[in-house]
Write a protein that binds this ligand. Structure first.
Ligand code: ZN
Ligand code: ZN
Length: 280
């Protein structure tokens, strides 16, 4: 679970009323336009969650004590803390509905970004399981259950009706451990399809105008083998150098200055002796 706490958001403890247990959790969406830019910028998710809280606090009609939801879930799989655990939601429509279920909102809307990513569904599931450990019953419902609203929108409601299952494939880990979103995968698939399954590598155009997926894979493996061989050779050279330095250090340690002077003196004398011989 990738939880972003209130403290991390810079928020004080929630002033919402306590609600120690409920029959379960209700799922919501934003019901407005949500920018698809959220998909590629998690900073925008945090900014949006802060903006939602600010708008709720500014709402004089509802007179909210805090953001209305217990948690939010973003397209990148983060569970963003709202009122949090043990707090009554203000999102379900009226007092009795708020007492009956906690509330989690998916950061999708009625236009723009409307499809929850698998990572978002996983984060909502994380929120449901977290709330279940702290007083929530087993019910999973949509805002529209028992209240006249389109919330949580068609895609989320269809998922709720299936029992809100955790998606099997959420994210593929990448080198820097940034989760690959569904949108990323769609983009990659689009690019491959546009080139009829062939990836064109501009830098390699003259010698090898087209690369297929398998030839790219082979090339990468070949380069990895070469890199590994270079690393092995460097490692061998390095250990030889270490041995040589160690031997040199030991040799120097064995010698004392007097012995060196004596040795040099003997050498000089022997040269003189030979010179004498030559002169004679
Ligand atoms: Zn709702
Ligand atoms: Zn995000």
């Amino acid at each position: 679970m990738k939880l972003v706490t209130r403290a991390q958001l810079g928020w004080p403890a929630s002033a919402a009323p306590s609600q120690a247990s409920t029959r379960g959790v209700k799922i919501h969406y934003e019901g407005t336009i949500v920018s698809t830019k959220l998909l590629t910028d998690h900073g925008l998710c945090l900014a949006r969650w802060k903006a939602i809280r600010a708008s709720h606090l500014a709402n004089k009609t509802e007179n909210y004590s805090d953001v209305a939801y217990n948690y939010a879930a973003c397209p990148h799989g983060y569970l963003l803390e709202g009122r949090g655990l043990g707090k009554r939601t203000g999102a379900n429509g009226n007092q009795s509905l708020n007492q009956a279920h906690y509330a989690i909102v998916g950061l999708v809307g009625s236009s723009g970004l409307t499809q929850p990513t698998n990572a978002m569904l996983s984060a909502i599931r994380d929120g449901i399981e977290l709330l279940r450990k702290h007083g929530a019953g087993n019910e999973i419902k949509g805002h529209r259950d028992g209240f006249a609203t389109a919330c949580p929108g068609t895609p989320l409601y269809a998922w709720v009706q299936k029992g809100a299952p955790r998606p099997t494939a959420t994210t593929l880990p990448t080198e820097d451990n940034v989760p690959l979103t569904d949108a990323d995968l769609t983009k990659i698939a689009d690019r491959v399809l546009k080139h009829d399954g062939v990836i064109k590598v501009p830098g390699a155009a003259s010698s090898n105008p087209t690369w297929t997926l398998s030839s790219v894979q082979t090339e990468i493996l070949t380069r990895l083998d070469k890199a590994n061989a270079s690393i092995a050779a460097l490692s061998t050279a390095n250990s030889k150098l270490v041995d040589a330095v160690a031997k040199l250090a030991a040799d120097v340690g064995d010698l004392d200055p007097a012995a060196i002077v004596a040795e040099l003196t003997r050498a000089i004398e022997s040269v003189e002796v030979r010179l004498d011989v030559t002169d004679a």
